[in-house]
Design a protein around this ligand. Structure first.
Ligand SMILES: Nc1ncnc2c1ncn2[C@@H]1O[C@H](COP(=O)(O)OP(=O)(O)O)[C@@H](O)[C@H]1O
Ligand SMILES: [Mg+2]
Length: 380
């Protein structure tokens, strides 16, 4: 499928190069022989909420620490707002960092914790009082100003840490797994608070996370990172709908993958013979592939339909299967389907109608089908 086909209101918040607010060029960081960050190039726009997403140990924190000035890069440069900051010490950078374990002082109350950075800089008392009030308002802790950290919930402590990091008005806030210590419900709620605060202040946020749902919810754009490199950078929808590699497709959300060989390349569709699918799989788009080439056809579970009878749309990909397992999740139903080839696939459907009757049961013989335009063609 061509990206132009894709109907999305907000697909390209892509930053114009001339507008790049943070400009990362050829940044590498080695520890001895080990390369933690490998030639990263990236432009981040002013006011973006940019996420760096990847598994544990892929180099996310190291890259963030290089941006903050806590690590010296082995190669490369970083510019913020037109100024090369590569050689500047942390405290001279227009940047603040919020750490994984939010360093708030247990013996200081909320107000004093938030004021700390300004006191250290000898800002005058009247201004400190005003800015602390603004921050308390922003993170909704006005009624908690006298409390000590041990009298706060995890989410409230997280907001104190955020206020502390923001009160010095950095141009860029770096957040390393900011929500990792919160439980699921609170994390979701705090994600929205974080987005609102960022939106209100217009400060550029760079967030490191290993949680793909978090990255999808929060971000204007995401960089997917593996082994020190960026595999793909784009808005959440683009990363989800148009992954460029098997790794990215598999890392973000759930996906069914069928390995096969291209057996026809037409003007508008290609066809891939796949033993795993037990048939030829058509996909839309004139992809840069040749007959005989090994490729993977990938389809998201929500793009697949289940019907009891053979669907009559000849354009759709149609395969026979059996219901191996099904699960009811309230809003969604999940199905595990065993194809005739033996391959298991996942299908999901929204429960739009209110009903206690199931439309298929275990071991039912069914058909799965999808539109050729729903298929993603992966060559890497
Ligand atoms: N100071 C250091 N010395 C040696 N190796 C390090 C150091 N800091 C990080 N590493 C290594 O670099 C890799 C990336 O680490 P990190 O950036 O913390 O990963 P992430 O934040 O993505 O989990 C890891 O293999 C880690 O062990
Ligand atoms: Mg880390």
């Amino acid at each position: 499928m061509q990206k132009a086909d894709y109907d999305s209101e907000n697909l390209s918040i892509v930053t114009d190069k001339s507008e790049a607010f943070i400009r990362i060029r050829g940044i590498s960081k080695k520890f001895g022989d080990f390369t933690a960050v490998d030639d990263v190039n990236l432009d981040i726009g002013r006011g973006e909420l940019f996420s760096i997403l990847g598994g544990s140990g892929c180099g996310k924190s190291t890259l963030l620490r290089v941006m903050a000035g806590f690590e010296t890069p082995t190669a490369g440069t970083i510019e913020i707002d037109g100024v090369d900051i590569t050689e500047l010490p942390p405290y001279e950078r227009p940047v603040n960092m919020m750490f994984q374990s939010y360093a708030i002082f247990p013996h200081m109350n909320v107000e004093k914790n938030i004021a700390y950075g300004l006191r250290k800089d000898h800002v005058d008392n009247k201004e400190i009082a005003q800015r602390v009030d603004d921050m308390l308002e922003l993170v909704q802790l006005v009624d908690f100003r006298e409390r000590k950290p041990n009298q706060l919930s995890g989410g409230q402590r997280q907001r104190v840490a955020l206020a502390r990091a923001l009160i010095k008005r950095p141009k860029v806030l770096l957040l390393d797994e900011p929500l990792a210590a919160l439980d699921k419900k609170l994390r979701e709620q705090t994600q929205f608070e974080l987005m609102n605060i960022q939106d209100e202040l217009g400060i550029t946020f760079v967030v490191v996370t290993h949680d793909q749902e978090e990255a999808m919810t929060l971000s204007t754009r995401i960089a997917v990172m593996e082994e020190g490199r960026f595999l793909q950078v784009g808005p959440p929808k683009e990363i989800y709908e148009f992954p460029e590699t098997r790794f990215v497709a598999d890392f973000i959300g759930t996906i069914n993958m069928f390995e096969g060989k291209v057996n026809r390349v037409g003007d508008e569709t290609i066809s891939v013979e796949s033993a795993e699918a037990g048939t030829s799989l058509r996909a839309l788009g004139n992809h840069d592939v040749e007959v005989g080439q090994s490729v993977c056809i990938a389809v998201r579970p929500e793009k697949i339909f289940i019907t009891k009878h053979e669907p009559d749309n000849d354009d759709d990909v149609r395969i026979r299967g059996v219901v191996d397992d099904l699960g009811y999740l309230g809003n969604l139903s999940l199905y595990r389907i065993r194809l005739e080839s033996g391959k298991m696939i996942q299908v999901s459907s929204q429960n739009r109608r209110r009903s206690t009757k199931r439309f298929v049961e275990w071991e039912d013989k069914i058909w799965v089908s999808w539109r050729p335009r729903s298929a993603i063609v992966l060559t890497d």
